[in-house]
Ligand binder design. Structure first.
Ligand SMILES: [Zn+2]
Length: 534
């Protein structure tokens, strides 16, 4: 009789499916990277046997929304705790390439320029790749603990083919974008993402995105979108996404669904029933959510999109011009059609600085506080910081209310995505290190908002099905041996806004590709992770 590599005895298996039989007592054997379910106590040989009595054995968690595309590629500048934060929660697959931004594909002649732009955006040299294969090869050269899958970013396609210009694509440019996307999806990218509040994605009209989403549809892969507005015009933005899905035939996945800013608070009472009605009609619409009332993005996204036309050097010139700063102030006060306008919906006192590497003394302050400290108007203070940091400052925006977050978490088609933005230094949003234990501890155990099986299904089987991760997200005979073992009575997030990378409690072990990568809450040093083609 052939033995197992690892045998988990005595645990409660929650298998990642949605069905009523999702939880049962079983032993789980691992051999050659695959799983076998055994009746409790069944005789079996194993090189290593662990008693996991009292613990839950679940499929490895899938973080469907990250910006971790390059974090392991940055040489020597990223803290170990930053890189480890995801796998320490039990995440065995991260899906990056979200919000319109990915590290591929690019026309060869644009590689060097985009690599330089990425160096600024990702806080280190993460490279830029002509296709998915090059992206996967770069990751293969720096072994990682868990797996990574990537979407293709529309902003990346547009910026690569057209540059940072505010105009419609010509038919030729759109054909080139579609061809690059088609090849990347054929090579294994997981879908198409847009970030329609960000430049250059925001310069695109609906028709351009329809054409690209149709390419994703041909591959049976989803259209994943950071909506054009998540604030006062969130319902119109959702309708644009629905139109794109209907016209292209692609499945629709709404990223980090929220209704943020005082004018949109409570609006999930309308967006969620709208999604439910579409689903009832047979449309394939899903979303993801992170369990916090604060968001995080770039300080630059607080400025009107015209400020960015022409790229960073043009932005720098505009920010230095007092007359143009007055125009930006007016744009924030009055709004600009088609622009989300976070500050106009909230205020500079709700925007705090997360990462400003050259001015760490500003990290943790709100922009309003920074302005007071500098004796300036808030927009001038924000412009100062953006100039000093060459355009790259991460902010945290306290823009949501708890009721909306809970409603999205409880929606039967929502998955969990951290939206983590791991970069060197600063005080990032705690969601990168806390999202999954926070849902399981705070929202499942403490508040009872969701059942444990339901919450785990959102983090595993539902996510694997959405993103084409075959043989993952379930515990079944022959499934990939990605697992998390945790204590349902103690699991809790440790990360806070003050201590954003503090590890979670209650994670017993994490297995990736049949190898134990986390034991008793600490990494073992095993690096079996790879880039997954879907
Ligand atoms: Zn986003």
């Amino acid at each position: 009789m052939n033995g197992f590599d690892l045998l988990l005895r005595g645990g409660l298996v929650i298998d990642g499916t949605a069905g009523p039989g999702a939880a049962r007592r079983a032993d789980v054997g691992v051999s050659a990277g695959r799983l076998t379910l055994l009746p409790p106590g069944a005789p079996a040989l194993s090189r290593e046997t662990e008693d996991v009595g009292g613990l839950v054995v679940a499929p490895g968690l899938i973080d469907v929304h990250t910006h971790s595309d390059g974090v392991t590629l940055i040489d020597g500048e990223v803290g170990r705790d930053m890189v480890a934060a995801s796998v320490l929660q039990g995440v065995t697959v991260e899906i990056c390439g979200n919000c319109g931004s990915s590290l591929f594909p690019a026309p060869p002649e644009r590689l060097a320029g985009m690599r330089a732009e990425n160096r600024v955006a990702f806080g280190g040299d993460v490279g830029m790749y002509t296709g998915f294969a090059g992206f996967a090869a770069a990751h293969a050269a720096v072994p990682r603990a868990n797996h990574l899958a990537s979407l293709v970013g529309h902003g990346t396609l547009r910026g690569g083919v057209m540059g940072p210009v505010d105009r419609a694509a010509t038919p030729g440019e759109l054909d080139t974008m579609c061809a690059l996307l088609d090849r990347a999806l054929a090579e294994g990218a997981a879908g198409l993402s847009t970030g329609l509040i960000y430049t250059p994605g925001t310069y695109a009209g609906t028709d351009e995105v329809v054409a690209l989403a149709a390419v994703a549809a041909r591959h049976g892969k989803p259209y994943v979108t950071h909506l054009r507005d998540e604030m006062s015009r969130v319902e119109e933005a959702l309708e644009e996404a629905v139109e794109i899905a209907v016209r292209s035939g692609a499945a629709l996945h709404v990223s980090h669904h929220k209704t943020a800013g005082r004018f949109a608070w409570g609006r999930t009472e309308r967006t969620l029933p709208r999604i439910a009605a579409l689903r009832a009609r047979g449309m394939d619409v899903t979303c993801d959510v992170y369990p916090y009332t604060a968001g995080s993005t770039a300080l630059g996204a607080m400025f009107p999109p015209w400020a960015f036309e022409g790229g960073i050097s043009a932005l720098t010139a505009r920010l230095a011009d007092p007359g143009l700063r007055d125009r930006m102030r007016l744009a924030i006060a009055e709004g600009v059609p088609g622009w989300e306008n976070t500050v106009g919906n909230g205020g500079w006192d709700r925007v705090s600085i997360a990462c400003a590497p050259r001015h760490p003394e500003t990290e943790g302050l709100t922009v309003a506080e920074l302005a007071t400290a500098r004796g300036q108007d808030p927009l001038d203070a924000a412009a100062f910081l953006l100039l000093a940091e060459q355009g790259e400052v991460t902010i945290i925006s306290h823009s949501m209310i708890e009721d909306d977050v809970r409603r999205v978490l409880a929606a039967p088609y929502s998955m969990i995505g951290s939206d983590g933005v791991p970069k060197p230094g600063g005080r990032p949003h705690p969601r990168w290190a806390g999202t999954f234990p926070r849902v399981l501890g705070h929202y499942v155990r403490k508040l009872g908002l969701l059942g444990l099986e339901t919450a785990l299904h959102k983090m595993t089987g539902m996510a694997a099905a959405r993103f084409g991760l075959t043989g993952r997200g379930v515990i079944a005979d022959g499934a990939h041996a990605d697992l998390v073992v945790f204590d349902p009575d103690t699991i809790a997030d440790g990360a806070t806004f003050a201590d954003p990378l503090a590890p979670p409690a209650g994670i017993h072990s994490v297995v990736v590709a049949g190898r134990t990568v986390v034991r008793d809450g600490a990494e073992t040093g095993a690096r079996p992770g790879s880039v997954l083609a879907t």
